[in-house]
Write a protein that binds this ligand. Structure first.
Ligand code: CP
Length: 307
C-alpha cells in the first residue's frame, strides 16, 4: 500500500507511466469509466480548495467510484480536538483511498503513517502539493512535448508557494532544466530548496526581481499568487500582493511558444486580457489535473489498467 506525500514518493519512471496512463484516459475516458466501481475516495480538506478537491472527486466519479468527505475543518471533529492520526484510522474503515489537505506541514505524512489505505497529500501548508506537480508536469509534457531542455521561470510567492517547491523538486530529475526565480526579496525560494536541493545537485538557477528582463528567455512561465493566508501581517501582504502583474504588453516580450502556467486561483497577478492568448494554458492545466488524478487513483488502488 503506497501513499503519495511528496513528489519524491514517485520516481521518474512512475511519473512517466502515470502521464502515459493519463494520456490514454484522456484519449478514451469511456474505457476507464467503470474501473473504480465499488470503490470510495474520501476527501479530507481541513483548508479551502476548489480545484484539488473537486478534481479528485470528478476523477473518482469518472472512474465509476464514489466520494465522501468534508470541505473544511469546521465541519469535522477536528473542532472537538480529534487528531489527524485518529481521523485517518476511522476513515480507513470507510474508504479505499483518501486525499487530504491540511494547513499544517506534515499532517498528511502523519495520516499516511496511521492509515491502512493510500493517502494522497492534496497540499500541506507551504510545504508540498504533489498532485499539482503531476498536473504541471503532465501539462508541460503534453503541450511542449518534453520535460527536459527547458528554461522555467517561477514568478511571485516562491517562499510560501508549495506548488513551486514541489515542481522544482520534480523538475530537477530531468536533463538540462534551468530555473529563473522571479520574486521580491521577501518571497524568495526557501534555503532548503536553494541550498539543499539546487546547489547540492549543481542545478543552474538565477534569482531576479524584474519579470520583463527575463521573459524573452523562458520556455515556461509559472505564475503564482501572493497568498494572503500565509502572511503574518496584512501590511506585508498589501505591499507585495501586486508586485507582478502579467499583462498583454509584457506577453509581447515573451517567445511565441512560451507557455504560461498557474496553479490557480489567480487574483491580480495575471490580467484577464492574457486569458485569450494561446500561450495562456492555466485553464487547460486544470483539465490535465483531473486526468492525471484519475491515473494516480488507479495506480494507488493497484487496479489493472492493461485494457
Ligand atoms: N491549485 C490548487 O491547489 O487549487 P485549489 O486551492 O482550489 O485546490
Amino acid at each position: 500500500m503506497k501513499s503519495v506525500i511528496s513528489p519524491l514518493d514517485l520516481d521518474v519512471e512512475e511519473v512517466n507511466d502515470l502521464m502515459d496512463l493519463g494520456s490514454r484516459i484522456m484519449a478514451d475516458p469511456k474505457k476507464y469509466s467503470h474501473m473504480c466501481d465499488g470503490k470510495i475516495l474520501a476527501t479530507l480538506f481541513y483548508e479551502p480548495s476548489t480545484r484539488t478537491r473537486l478534481s479528485f472527486e470528478a476523477a473518482m466519479l469518472r472512474l465509476g467510484g464514489k466520494t465522501m468527505g468534508f470541505a473544511s475543518a469546521d465541519s469535522s471533529s477536528a473542532t472537538k480536538g480529534e487528531t489527524v492520526a485518529d481521523t485517518i484510522r476511522v476513515i480507513s474503515s470507510f474508504a479505499d483511498i483518501c486525499a487530504m489537505r491540511h494547513p499544517k506541514e506534515g499532517a498528511p505524512a502523519v495520516a499516511a503513517a496511521n492509515s491502512t489505505i493510500p493517502v494522497i497529500n492534496a497540499g500541506d501548508g507551504g510545504h508540498q502539493h504533489p498532485t499539482q506537480t503531476l498536473t504541471d508536469l503532465f501539462t508541460i509534457r503534453s503541450l511542449k512535448g518534453r520535460l527536459d531542455n527547458l528554461v522555467v521561470g517561477f514568478c511571485g510567492d516562491l517562499k510560501f508557494g508549495r506548488t513551486v517547491h514541489s515542481l522544482i523538486r520534480a523538475l530537477v530529475n530531468y536533463k538540462n532544466v534551468r530555473f529563473i526565480f522571479i520574486s521580491p526579496k521577501e518571497l524568495m525560494i526557501p534555503d532548503y530548496i536553494r541550498n539543499d536541493l539546487l546547489i547540492e545537485k549543481g542545478i543552474p538557477f538565477e534569482e531576479v526581481t524584474q519579470l520583463e528582463d527575463i521573459l524573452p528567455r523562458l520556455d515556461i512561465l509559472y505564475m503564482t499568487r501572493v497568498q494572503r493566508e500565509r502572511f503574518f501581517n496584512e501590511e506585508d501582504y498589501v505591499r507585495l500582493k501586486d508586485f507582478y502583474i502579467l499583462d498583454k504588453k509584457k506577453m509581447e516580450l515573451a517567445r511565441e511558444d512560451m507557455l504560461v502556467l498557474h496553479p490557480l486561483p489567480r487574483v491580480n497577478e495575471i490580467s484577464v486580457e492574457v486569458d485569450k492568448d494561446p500561450r495562456a494554458v492555466y485553464f487547460k492545466q486544470v483539465e490535465y489535473g483531473m486526468y492525471i488524478r484519475m491515473a494516480l487513483i488507479l495506480h494507488l488502488l493497484e487496479l489493472d489498467t492493461g485494457i
